[in-house]
Design a protein around this ligand. Structure first.
Ligand SMILES: *Cc1c(COP(=O)(O)O)cnc(C)c1O
Length: 367
């Protein structure tokens, strides 16, 4: 019997097998058109319909209100660090930025470039907690006159997640949220945010497209002085067709949305994801100290579970041996070392169970 392969990559990450099989079967001939999605015009009726349905299915899954626009852009989540500032800070003096881990630290650094606006450090999880806990929302230093508040809801590298969406109050600036590594993993109320963005390659589809969900009134801030390719309004005004969108990644993302619907939607994913994370953290915590995770329990990510034996050589051996058992890409982020199990929507519970079984066996041999 073949050993099943489980892919724990942080991104580009695991995709549902049925999605890849559908893409395979449609590779040469999409829906009787005689074309591959990869080789058809983005302005063809066939592709326009793929894009339309991808957006509608995403709207259904996240229950996106009508006063929000949806874009499938390029440039990754990283491009949004600047696009948000370029488009939303026109006429403002300050942007508030929460630094709680690797990605929000990079965002904070990048946001100030090509802009005169003051990127104010509203909170820093590093100084206080060494990124093992999150700066509590009550501690964020927010100015009501700021253009927006930027934060990362799930820190992919440090394995930290805000389990409650911050509530800032009615007079406060809109929340701009990097949701790359957790979008569609749990129910959220889109109306709590001004902007949500997410690179597709963590919890949605392949790399190459970034989803941006933006509240309509914020588009009034976009100045025509912002070049069209970086301008939210230009993309919206041209129905996402200002320039060639990443057609194939959008098509695959659309297949993933349909797969999510067939699984019972985000609500079902939330139940499974909670169970997967609970089971894995319990295995770490109950290993008698052989494995450990430094993150404060209330801030532990349900998507990216980091752990270590505390011994560099042993960690390397763990990653090496697990690979031969079909448990792939468990190495931690390059600067972090140790192990990281990314357990996104497409990772089944059986994958987590197989990992735990290997962890026990490894501990028996080396513990
Ligand atoms: C991976 C990641 C990014 C960077 O995404 P790119 O698409 O590579 O630009 C940004 N933010 C978070 C939270 C991520 O996990």
């Amino acid at each position: 019997m073949d050993t099943p392969i489980y892919n724990f990559s942080a991104g580009p990450a695991v995709l549902p097998e049925s999605v890849l099989r559908t893409a395979q079967s449609e590779m040469f001939d999409y829906n009787g058109t005689g074309f591959s999605v990869m080789t058809m015009s983005h302005r063809s009726d066939v592709f326009m319909s793929i894009l339309y349905h991808a957006e509608q299915d995403l709207r259904q899954l996240l229950n996106i209100p009508d006063n929000y626009k949806v874009l499938f852009l390029q440039g990754g989540a990283s491009a949004q660090f600047n696009m948000t500032v370029m488009n939303l800070s026109n006429g403002f003096k300050r942007v508030d930025s929460v630094v709680s881990g690797n990605w929000s630290r990079i965002a904070h650094h990048e946001m100030g470039k090509l802009s005169d606006v003051n990127i104010h450090l509203a909170a820093h999880g590093g100084e206080q907690f060494d990124y093992t806990d999150l700066p509590p929302v009550e501690s964020w230093d927010i100015d009501p006159s700021s253009a927006f508040v930027h934060f990362v809801i799930n820190e992919t590298v440090h394995g930290l997640q805000y389990h409650e969406v911050p509530k800032l109050g009615a007079d406060m600036p809109p929340l701009v949220c990097d949701m790359s590594s957790e979008i569609l993993s749990r129910r959220i109320n889109v109306a709590d945010f001004g902007v949500i963005y997410a690179g597709a390659q963590k919890n949605i589809g392949p790399s190459g497209t970034t989803i941006v969900i933006i509240r309509e009134d914020l588009l009034e801030r976009c100045s025509s002085r912002v070049p069209d390719v970086w301008n939210y309004r230009s993309h919206i005004d041209r129905q996402g067709m200002y320039n060639t969108p990443a057609t194939y990644p959008i098509y695959i993302s659309g297949l993933v949305f349909r797969w999510l619907q067939s699984q019972g939607g985000v609500e079902h994913m939330e139940t499974i994801n909670t169970l997967k994370a609970k089971t894995l953290y319990a295995a770490i915590d109950n290993s008698g100290g052989f494995y450990h995770n430094r993150v404060a329990p209330a801030a532990r990510s349900k998507m990216n579970v980091i752990f270590t034996t505390g011994n560099k050589e042993l960690d390397e051996l763990f990653v090496q041996e697990s690979t031969t058992r079909g448990l792939r890409l468990l190495g931690g982020y390059k600067s972090m070392g140790g192990m990281r199990a990314s357990i996104y929507n497409a990772m089944p519970l059986q994958g987590v169970e197989a990992l735990i079984e290997f962890m026990r066996e490894f501990q028996k041999r080396y513990g």
